[in-house]
Ligand binder design. Sequence first.
Ligand code: NAD
Length: 480
Amino acid sequence: MTQNTPITVARGDGIGPEIMDATLRIMEAAGARLDIEEIEIGEAVYERGCMTGIEESSWDSLRRTKVFLKSPITTPQGGGFKSLNVTVRKTLGLFANVRPCVSYHPYVETNFPNMDIVIVRENEEDLYAGIEHRQTQDVVQSIKLISRPGSERIIRYAFEYARANGRKKVTCMAKDNIMKMADGLFHSVFDEIGAEYPDIEQDFYIIDIGTARVAARPNDFDVIVTENLYGDIISDVAVEITGSVGLGGSCNIGADFGMFEAVHGSAPDISGQGIANPSGLLLGAVLMLNHIGQNDIAAKIHNAWFKTLEDGVHTGDIYDEGLSKQRVSTSEFAAAVIERLGQNPSKFAVVDYGKGGSGGLSLPPLKPRVHQEKTLIGADIFIDWEGMPDDLADTLNSAVIDGLELKLIANRGVKVWPNGRPDTFCSDHWCLRFIGDKSVTHDVILEQLKAIEELGIDFIKVENLYNFDGARGYTLAQGE
Ligand code: NAD
């Protein structure tokens, strides 16, 4: 007899318990070989004062099972609460978020009958690092971090995923016309890694037009790889145009762990009514069953689910007078899928996931880093100050130390001194760019900070300016 696989399950918030109940019932009826450990996450845990939304003891279960089937949770807004989803992804090293977006024409109303794309979203970096500070009365910052290894890993994952799943093309999306360094790195790593996959067609879009194209012509795309925030937005767009956000399942994959969920959130607007579509979480569970090697059960459920859609048994979100036969509740939908276990769809292609356990893709090690000579050449010293740029320059005049030159003053990335434009709005957040006449030491920067402090000015942060092998490691201010 085949052994059961231990998994961790969390019922989540809002519609979470309803759709998890439906999903577990279907898996049980299909004969999934699972030992389920339940943990509590989300609102109830936040309300007990646990800022992460997950108790320490729950991590033990996750570390033990390494497989997590998770319902959506409600993230409290503001107030110091951390997003549990982000915490789990980062703590367990779930670097890849894979979101298949498929249309189910003619049974689910959509403008795009042949849509079949997969979004591969970087899951650990970018603005989702949540590194934010309030620095002045008027200004807060949110720091975007993009790393070479993080980019390499997700981009390689996308190419390997494409190969393993018979996909023909990988499209990268970013915004390197504006974020020349962060998104520029992501784009250049895409070109570099892509060169190792000549069998796969590849192209690049700026994220704004790319998102518009996904919304208008999704058939132009196959696999899309992108950064965390862009991937979050574009996958909601993509899954929504398949017919309903309730149809999207997703997996979060790392070297040792997998987390499986729906694309959508906890839908508080329909919570408790028993009308939510459980398909997103169910398709997440299908991805999980493949991941743990229960491909036979995954196929059985997926085929029965297709048949249910074909038979016009639809939840309210996809119910359409012309197409649907029966409007059902969440639990009636689950019962309809269970009734069809063992049946195949007649119009949709029958799914066969083969035999063996996939356990996810194994990636080659990261490329060795090419070390570049790093030279400190100056510093951007940020200050909290109110007034006019020329007055600030005059005030600073006496405080610029020997060996440094005050090159410019910028306000929110725009040069305002020298030769600023009077119509540029200036906040209370200023950047003073000091450049050395030769290479600079930390002591020089500390001395400059001291001199600024002696003027009674509050410096709020310092960004060192480096060259790498002589190439500028920072961007110029607009107008510099
Ligand atoms: P949402 O995805 O919960 O809901 C958006 C809309 O889609 C709502 O009208 C909702 O009724 C509908 N919808 C969503 N899922 C559905 C389903 N299965 N069946 C039928 N209709 C469905 O997005 P939101 O309202 O912006 O977010 C609500 C909460 O969910 C927020 O607290 C957010 O932080 C959280 N959230 C959690 C996750 C997650 O846990 N992975 C993901 C996204 C959002």
